[in-house]
Design a protein around this ligand. Structure first.
Ligand code: PLP
Length: 260
C-alpha cells in the first residue's frame, strides 16, 4: 500500500519551498502527500514580502480532520509561524505518538525574512523537539536552538548535534551546507552514535527550498519503512540530484527552486 505522508507547514506560492515543495517531494518519492497549513507567505525567488498566519484553532482543525479519516505513515513539520501554533501542533500530535515526526526547525528564509519570531523558539524547543523522531536543523538553526555560535568545523557539529539530541528528539540530522569549502557533510546522531553523510557542494543559486525538500524526502522514506540512516542517505542524494537538475528550470531571478 502507498504510504500517506502529512506536511504541517507554510505555503510558498512560488512553489519552491514550503508545502508546495513538500507535496512535490512526497509524490516524487512514491508516497501520497497531504498538507495542513500553518501560514500563507507571499514570496518569490527574490524573497518573502508577507506572512499571513493561520489561527491556531484552525491548524488544529485541519490536523484533526486528517487523523479522523486517514492513516498517516509519517509527518514532516516545517514552518510553524508562532508559539501558539507550536503548542497546538504538539497537543494534536500527542494523540498520535506512534507516527514518526521529522521536524525541520524553519527560522529564517534565505533572503533573511524571519519565518519564526524569536519569542517562539522556546515554544518550539519545549513542545515540539521532544515529539520528533528526527530534527533536521542547518548550522544557524542549531546555533539558535542552543544559543551558541554557528559551528564552523566537524568537531563542533558533533558536539552541537549531541546537545540538540539532549533536548528531546530521538535523532538529529545536522546539515553542514553552511560550512566553508567544497564539502557539504551532514551529520546523523542517534542513540547508537554518529554517522557522516558526505556530499559535494554544487555551484548554483538554485537552492530555494532545499531544507523543506530534504526533510520531506526523509519523512516519505521513513513512511515507506526505511531506517533513519537509509532514509537520510536516500534523501540527501535526492536533494543533490534536484539541485543539479535545477538548471532546466527558468523560475524567477533570485534563488531559484530545485527540479524534482
Ligand atoms: N517559505 C516557506 C513557507 C518555508 O517553509 C521555507 C522553508 O524553510 C522557506 C520559505 C525557506 O526557503 P529557503 O530558505 O530555502 O529559501
Amino acid at each position: 500500500m502507498i504510504a500517506n505522508i502529512l506536511s504541517i507547514a507554510g505555503s510558498d506560492p512560488s512553489g519552491g519551498a514550503g508545502i508546495q515543495a513538500d507535496l512535490k517531494t512526497f509524490s516524487a518519492r512514491g508516497t501520497y502527500g497531504m498538507a495542513a497549513m500553518t501560514a500563507l507567505t507571499a514570496q518569490n525567488t527574490r524573497g518573502v514580502t508577507g506572512v499571513h498566519e493561520v489561527p491556531s484553532a484552525f491548524v488544529s482543525e485541519q490536523i484533526t480532520a486528517i487523523f479522523d479519516d486517514v492513516s498517516v505513515s509519517a509527518i514532516k513539520i516545517g514552518m510553524i509561524a508562532n508559539a501558539n501554533i507550536a503548542v497546538t501542533i504538539a497537543d494534536c500530535l500527542r494523540h498520535h505518538v506512534e507516527v514518526p515526526v521529522v521536524l525541520d526547525p524553519v527560522m529564517v528564509a534565505k533572503g533573511g525574512h524571519r519565518l519564526l519570531p524569536e519569542d517562539a523558539v522556546e515554544a518550539l524547543k519545549e513542545h515540539l523537539l521532544p515529539l520528533a523522531a528526527l530534527l533536521t536543523p542547518n548550522l544557524p538553526e542549531a546555533a539558535a536552538l542552543l544559543d551558541e555560535d554557528v559551528a564552523t568545523d566537524r568537531d563542533t557539529m558533533i558536539a552541537q548535534a549531541q546537545a540538540l539530541r539532549g533536548l528531546g528528539p530521538q535523532a538529529v540530522l545536522l546539515k553542514g551546507g553552511h560550512l566553508d569549502g567544497e564539502d557539504c557533510p551532514d551529520l546523523l546522531v542517534t542513540a547508537e552514535g554518529h554517522q557522516w553523510l558526505e556530499g559535494k557542494r554544487i555551484e548554483t543559486e538554485n537552492t530555494h527550498g532545499t531544507g523543506c525538500t530534504l526533510s520531506s524526502a526523509i519523512a516519505a522514506e521513513i513512511g515507506k519503512g526505511l531506517s533513519l540512516s537509509d532514509a537520510a542517505t536516500e534523501a540527501k542524494t535526492y536533494v543533490a540530484d534536484a539541485i543539479a537538475a535545477s538548471d532546466a528550470l527558468a523560475v524567477g531571478s533570485g534563488h531559484g527552486p530545485t527540479h524534482h
